[in-house]
Ligand binder design. Sequence first.
Ligand SMILES: [Zn+2]
Length: 158
Amino acid sequence: MVKFLRQQMEKAGCPVRDSFFRAVYCPPHRAAQGAFMRGKGVFVCSNYSVLQEQVDRVIIHELIHAFDDCRAKINWNNCAHHACSEIRAGHLSGDCHFKRELLRGFLKLRGQGQECVRRRVMESLSANPNCAGSVAKDSMEAVWDICYNDTKPFDRAP
Ligand SMILES: [Zn+2]
């Protein structure tokens, strides 16, 4: 998936070099295990993401943000823009498949995957001062259908 996303970034006009990825130490109490920063690339918190599987998931999540930033010139200060990319990253990265697997057999709730994405979107938006108060939830709900159903660059959610 990382290779595929790198190819798609290249096609979209934003080639990804090896130096795009960096392992960094992240201070405690951070919600995220990684970050994407325009012009800088993808950072992975090496003190939080230790297993290869975790590192892969963080990189895939952040590459979806990078892809969105490349194709849509996202305004990260706009809570709805940020929410849209978090919905897509949460949905398409498989962040929530893993949890669903774990929960399979314990919980048979319909929509478990979507609930997981919603929770993670809210966690990510809590770090954005432009999403304060009810803005985070309102923004997420406003863009949910469009962004959850937008699976580019995949034909459908992997
Ligand atoms: Zn994110």
